[in-house]
Design a protein around this ligand. Sequence first.
Ligand code: PBG
Length: 323
Amino acid sequence: MAFPADRPRRLRTSPAMRRLVRETRTDPAQLVLPMFVAEGIDEPQPISSMPGVVQHSRASAREAVAEAVSLGLGGVMLFGVPEHKDATGSGALDPDGILNVAIADARDVAGDDLLVMSDLCLDEFTDHGHCGVLDDAGRVDNDATLEIYGAMGVAQAAAGAHLVGPSGMMDGQVGVVRAALDAASHQDVAILAYAAKYASAFYGPFREAVDSSLQGDRRTYQQDPANAREALRETLLDVAEGADIVMVKPAMGYLDLIALVREHVTIPVAAYNVSGEYSMVEAAAAQGWIDRERAIDETVTSIRRAGADIVLTYWAAEVARRA
Ligand code: PBG
């Protein structure tokens, strides 16, 4: 029997050799830390389904942003948790609403050393928990929602956001937000579009994180997990409407779509390693069933290897500290 002529194992013989030939690396600048900032609290509150993640007070959020700057993270993605919600999500437009003040705080701390990004969606602010306003029949009203999104984008830009992240999956949202920003002289505020966002069970812990009041699900606006071509359709629409960065979400079960999108656009591609993906690893590690640090690094590496230039992850600070 002939011995093999080609021996791939030669390149795995030592840590130094493996480091030399490693194809995928993650720079802290490619990581974005999602953060929850709650109104009316003085101390950060733990989120039981996301061990290690908190609802920040305004003061603790400032500290976390300062730490993110010192770690060299690419940005923070801010979510607001208001005390009061209503049918139209009016807290989203109020300059004194929790998300807008959290944006201003973050920008005050970060300046231009790190990018302040904000979730542009109504679900944290509506009493029914949907991403848009409802019509008389109780359906999410696409076009009425778009008008609010435009104003919300301008409010977030005025508060200091460098990028806004429309995440409601309303048709036309990127174009409407772009036009509203431009009309308000915010040409330099960029749009990180949640382009291919699926109706996923893996957002479960996020619902606790933002005290969501959602009844039912989001399947009339978020995508069916069974569909891949549709992700491309959604993404190309967002590019045409003026997205600066497109995002796939969730990440782990959707690596094929990250790779597909990466192949078809020239702008940066982001992926969101969502709450349920975080909690599964944390829960298994807490049981001693997997090596926590290796599982985290493998998760982020896999998302990068699939083609994401930018990764939103609740582990951003930890991964940056290890980098
Ligand atoms: C919508 C939004 C959601 C997430 C980010 N933006 C919830 C949803 O669409 O149901 C989920 C993020 C996560 O699970 O980590 N504002």
